[in-house]
Design a protein around this ligand. Structure first.
Ligand SMILES: [Zn+2]
Length: 85
C-alpha cells in the first residue's frame, strides 16, 4: 500500500475508496480484476477475481488502484507462467 503520492509526494492519502459509475441510476457493481491461469482450457481454468479499491491523494487528486488480494493474484499469475512458488 502506498504511503506517499507518486505524483506530488504528499502523505495525505485516502485508502479504501470504492469506484463507482458516475451517472449510474443503480449502484455499480464493485470493480475487480481477473486472472485466468489456463485460458485455453475449457474447464478448470484456474480463474480468480479480486475486488479493486482506490487510494486517492488528498493533495493533488491522483488515484491509485489496488487489488484486495494481491498474493492470490500473484499465485495465479505464477501458475499461468508455468512457475511454482
Ligand atoms: Zn498527490
Amino acid at each position: 500500500m502506498a504511503r506517499q503520492c507518486p505524483v506530488c509526494g504528499s502523505d495525505h492519502l485516502i485508502p479504501g475508496v470504492d469506484l463507482r459509475d458516475r451517472h449510474g441510476q443503480y449502484p455499480s457493481i464493485q470493480h475487480e480484476v481477473e486472472l485466468i491461469a489456463h485460458p485455453t482450457h475449457l474447464i478448470n481454468r484456474g480463474g480468480i477475481t479480486s475486488p479493486v479499491q482506490a487510494t486517492v491523494c488528498g493533495s493533488c487528486g491522483y488515484v491509485m488502484l489496488f487489488a484486495n488480494f494481491p498474493a492470490d493474484l500473484w499465485r495465479v499469475y505464477r501458475e499461468a507462467q508455468g512457475e511454482k512458488d
